[in-house]
Design a binder for this molecule. Structure first.
Ligand SMILES: CC(C)(COP(=O)(O)OP(=O)(O)OC[C@H]1O[C@@H](n2cnc3c(N)ncnc32)[C@H](O)[C@@H]1OP(=O)(O)O)[C@@H](O)C(=O)NCCC(=O)NCCSC(=O)C[C@@H](O)CCCCCCCCCCCCC(=O)O
Length: 719
């Protein structure tokens, strides 16, 4: 919807009204078309201002409409009509002008922005391109290099940057609509020919062909199989090389391909999934909208290893006072230096002062007595963590929230060490903690909704996408990783190489295949966990068959490498070889290939040809199967939670939507059928046995992912 008022006698003011972001729904587009006609037909009206209600210009096309039948006036002719109008039209940009919102503003003859406004063309993040003329007008207005940057990254720019680009004509700190109205009055009689961007020539640098080639190569390298960034470059190339009308035709063709693509559907699903995880719920019925967080002013971090340092930086950068504790003097000094460096580099990048004074360092746990919330980040050892929680419970004020950054240990056991177990939750950060967006907030059986709400809010304040999950070994992310890693090792036993498995996973879109990732994070990390679990013991000590543990197939390959001191990048050898310890360039290692041959011979394993499909299906479907088990167990409330965790925490390619969305795209019946096939071939691998919920969903006709929660509820109520 849109509203029309006449202001100052001669200005027609059109206000977009569609909360929360004034998206260009069919009703809004209809409103604009009707009200533009009215403004143009009223002789007293000499110029027009378009603005949005509640201090927000426009968040772009209404993404919710994309899934269904589009109705109402189309955007492109609407914007053309505005540009062709005989009276000046001024966009008054407050808050945001994004996507179709900015394209609307580009169709206006002038743009006035509030100094705090942000503008951009983020369509690429939704699997689209700026398909309402944005790919053709923006390069004509601000030049090809800047337009390529904005359109291929989808980044939002500040009003100041927009002014520098020439994207807006003026910025103001005052009431933008009032300033725009005055401006509209001033330009009422000005000729409009020079204000219609579609008539501008597209100014290109002399080496434009080289520029496009370079950008295309960069985009292909970083897109990890996403098609929209490539289409964005092609659309801007059309602006640079073709007359406007032909460029628009090319934009339409490219958009038509993207609009109906699976990638666009996945990315749009993911847009809403990211927002849905904020509306958390617990099996007890506690919810985000009925649980109030308590404010946190001062926090503490215990243990300043890699994780503790990153968490300290994230808290300080967000303005929290932090007490950072490390008991060993030498480690404390090293940590202080490292944290200061991280803060200084971050501040330099963002053009602000480093938040060094937000942190007080100490060696004594007593120094956290008055904080509101503590995040324990000591070594991943249950006995050690229990001791720390006992100390914290004795030292801190009774209302202090005690959180653990464990990546998978039992939160309940930690809660049991404290006086107030209801104030204990997991806050599982991902390394590097000041960079990675994901935070798993883990509630145990005793955690209160207050503690969950507080940790979720703290996560939001430090810029994380926080997902509330239940307490189980590995929580959501690491629990699903286990069958994935396991399958990768089994594939090596059966004849694959690390390079081949990684190549398949990287072609699928992971930033790194499983073995390169394992070399990066260090093979010894998992080895220590397996030792603690009594799994990684050499046979003579336990009398266990090498390839069987607790009645299940087990691959000791990772343990055998660790026994040889091959811990990955840091030792210069792992699943790959590196020029020197610490080097990041992974090279296939002939030693490893011989080692695998000998291993197979020793265990009478006959290598068979493993193809692309088998790698993908076994690695991904076993992980997805665990995802269904997690939903069945109530550890995650819905598939969106799992998908957000995987995209933000495990580099799952966003254009595949996340593992659960991917399963829906592949078809649940196909996933089930392939798991059945592999389980039959490997009956000693329980993670390949299709879980009950997956069977139930297939039996219910494989409903769309948005309806899974209903089936999950039924399955859980029958447990
Ligand atoms: C706007 C934001 C920055 C606000 O952030 P904030 O943190 O304040 O709030 P939230 O993110 O939580 O959002 C609040 C609330 O609003 C919902 N929402 C936000 N934006 C939209 C939107 N654009 N549409 C619908 N809903 C929106 C959000 O979901 C929240 O609600 P919820 O209930 O979920 O909590 C931030 O929200 C943001 O970044 N928004 C997205 C901005 C964006 O990406 N805009 C671009 C949209 S795409 C676009 O504009 C496309 C246009 O270029 C062109 C369209 C042309 C269409 C032509 C179609 C041609 C088709 C051809 C097909 C041919 C086929 C054939 O030939 O057959």
């Amino acid at each position: 919807m849109a509203q029309y008022t006449r202001v100052s006698g001669s200005v027609g003011l059109i206000t977009l009204q569609s909360p929360p972001v004034n998206a260009l729904s069919a009703a809004v587009r209809q409103g604009i078309v009707d009200l533009m006609q009215r403004a143009l037909s009223e002789p007293e009206v000499k110029s027009v201002v378009i603005c949005g209600q509640n201090g927000i210009f426009c968040g772009g096309a209404d993404i919710k409409e994309f899934g269904g039948q589009m109705s109402g006036p189309p955007l492109i002719p609407m914007i053309h009509a505005i540009e062709a109008a005989s009276k000046p039209v001024v966009a008054a940009i407050e808050g945001i002008a994004l996507g179709g919102g900015l394209e609307l503003a580009l169709g206006c003859h002038y743009r006035i922005a509030h100094s705090k406004a942000r503008v951009g063309l983020p369509e690429v993040t939704l699997g689209l391109l700026p398909g309402a003329g944005g790919s053709q007008r923006l390069p004509r207005l601000i030049g090809v290099p800047a337009a390529l940057d904005l359109i291929t990254t989808g980044r939002h720019v500040t009003a100041a940057e927009a002014l520098k680009f020439g994207l807006v004509d003026q910025i103001t700190d005052h009431n933008t609509v009032n300033v725009a109205v005055k401006f509209a009055q001033r330009v009422a009689d000005q000729p409009l020919d020079a204000r219609r961007i579609s008539t501008y020539p597209c100014l290109c640098p002399s080496d434009v062909a080289v520029l496009f080639e370079e950008v295309m190569q960069r985009v292909r390298r970083t897109a990890r199989g996403a098609i929209a960034p490539i289409a964005c470059v092609q659309a801007v190339r059309a602006a640079a090389t073709l007359p406007y009308n032909q460029g628009m035709e090319r934009e339409r063709e490219l958009m038509a391909t993207l609009f109906t693509s699976g990638q666009a559907r996945a990315l749009q699903y993911f847009f809403f999934a990211q927002r849905a995880v904020g509306r958390w719920s617990m099996p007890s019925g506690a919810r985000w909208d009925t649980s109030k967080p308590r404010p946190v002013h001062k926090a503490a971090v215990i243990g300043l290893g890699t994780m503790g340092r990153g968490i300290t930086v994230a808290l300080a950068q967000a303005g929290f006072s932090v007490v950072a504790v490390e008991t060993q003097e030498k480690q404390l000094m090293e940590a202080k230096q490292a944290i200061s460096g991280m803060l200084e580099r971050g501040a330099k990048r963002r053009g602000v002062a480093p938040a060094l004074d937000k942190i007080n360092y100490g060696r004594n746990i007593q120094s956290v007595a008055d904080v509101d919330l503590v995040i324990e980040a000591v070594f991943e050892d249950m006995a050690l963590k229990k001791k720390v929680f006992q100390q914290l419970s004795a030292v801190c004020k009774p209302s202090t929230f005690l959180c653990s950054n464990t990546s998978g240990l039992d939160i309940d056991q930690l809660a049991c060490q404290t006086r107030n177990p209801e104030l204990v939750v997991g806050m599982h950060f991902f390394a590097p903690a000041h960079v990675m967006k994901l935070l798993e907030v883990v509630y145990g059986p005793k955690s209160s909704p207050l503690a969950v709400a507080t940790a979720m809010q703290l996560g939001k304040k430090i810029g994380k996408v926080s997902v509330a999950v239940g307490n189980c070994r590995g929580f959501v992310g690491n629990r699903m990783l286990k069958p994935y890693l396991e399958q990768a090792l089994f594939l090596l036993e059966e004849g694959a190489t690390p390079e081949f498995v990684d190549q398949v996973l990287e072609e699928f879109g992971f930033a790194m295949g499983v073995f390169r990732m394992s070399d990066l994070s260090g093979l010894d990390v998992g080895w220590k966990v397996r030792m603690a679990d009594g799994l990684a013991m050499p046979d003579p000590t336990t009398g266990q068959p090498t390839r069987l543990r607790q009645g299940r197939r087990y691959s000791p390959l990772g343990d055998l490498l660790c026994e040889q001191g091959r811990f990955g990048q840091k030792t210069g050898r792992g699943w790959y070889q590196y020029d020197k310890p610490g080097s990041q360039v992974a090279k296939p290692d002939p030693w490893l290939h011989s080692f695998l041959d000998e291993y197979r011979a020793r265990h009478a394993l006959v290598a068979h040809r493993i193809d692309h499909q088998e790698v993908l299906e076994r690695c991904l479907y076993s992980m997805i199967n665990e995802g269904f088990r997690i939903l069945e167990d109530g550890i995650a409330a819905g598939p969106e939670d799992i998908d957000v965790i995987y995209v933000f925490g495990y580099s799952w390619p966003r254009h595949h939507g996340g593992p659960m969305f991917y399963a829906a795209t592949v078809g649940l019946n196909k996933v089930l059928e392939r798991l059945e096939h592999y389980y039959q071939a490997h009956p000693d691998v329980p993670s390949l046995q299709p879980c009950h919920l997956l069977r139930k969903l297939v039996a219910s006709g494989s409903p769309p992912i948005q309806k899974w929660r209903e089936v999950i509820k039924k399955v859980r109520s029958q447990l």
